[in-house]
Design a protein around this ligand. Structure first.
Ligand code: G3P
Length: 216
């Protein structure tokens, strides 16, 4: 399963890239606003920090506007992936862009039928928002499971990019279902490595090693 960082914070992306565990980055208008940076500049900088896809989201709601914005965004770098909302204008734009080889991430997906439409539109990635689904009393992981089944039924090439991840269990369940990508805040990526028994084990090993008086 690929790990994408869901952030526009350069320092976090740099740190994660250095671990060798970073396969891409996703941003959205809220994350760009939070960064306080110029959209084009920060996106270009992010594209230079990973060889993987970097999702940059259009804000137009009409097809012509989305195409116009996509033309601007895809000139930033070869690894820019255009993010469009799950609307008919977004799907129409997706079909057009993927038709000429541009990566497209169809975002704000909250139903399996929406994901089916995105796959039919040739989406590179579909972004079902599990956290927001859960927040509203729905079952986010059941959505991922349903999409996986449908995509496998028809051998759709669209990759399931689990988004709106809140904690390690979302990552674990996504991997068990067979999602292709998990995009998550840097803090969630960092939390995956933590286990109290690992920490205790290291402590115990070092305490016993100290008694040997040896060094390597
Ligand atoms: O960037 C897409 C998605 O991961 C954002 O989800 O719920 O954390 O705003 P959320």
């Amino acid at each position: 399963m690929k790990f994408f960082a869901d952030t526009a914070e350069i320092a976090d992306i740099k740190e994660l890239a250095e671990t060798g565990l970073l396969d891409g980055v996703t941003t959205n208008p809220s994350l760009i606003a939070k960064s306080g940076r110029d959209f084009m500049e920060v996106t270009k900088e992010i594209c230079g920090l990973t060889h993987g896809p970097v999702s940059a989201e259009v804000v137009a709601l009409d097809h012509e506007g989305m195409m116009r914005e996509a033309e601007v965004l895809r000139k930033i770098a070869d690894n820019v992936c255009i993010k469009v909302p799950l609307t008919f204008d977004g799907l129409k734009t997706c079909r057009k862009l993927t038709g000429d080889g541009t990566m497209v991430n169809v975002t704000l997906c909250f139903s399996a039928n929406q994901a089916l439409l995105a796959a039919k539109a040739g989406a590179t990635f579909i972004s079902p928002f599990v956290g927001r689904h859960d927040d509203n009393g729905f079952d986010g992981m059941q959505l991922i499971s349903d999409i996986r089944l449908i995509y496998d039924n028809y051998a759709f090439a669209t990759e399931i990019l689990v988004a709106s991840i809140r904690h390690p269990i979302h990552v674990l369940e996504s991997a068990k279902i067979g999602a292709d990508v998990a995009t998550m805040p840097p803090a969630v990526i960092r939390s995956l490595v933590k286990h109290v028994l690992t920490d205790k084990g290291i402590e115990g090993f070092l305490a016993d090693w100290a008694k040997t008086g040896q060094s390597i």
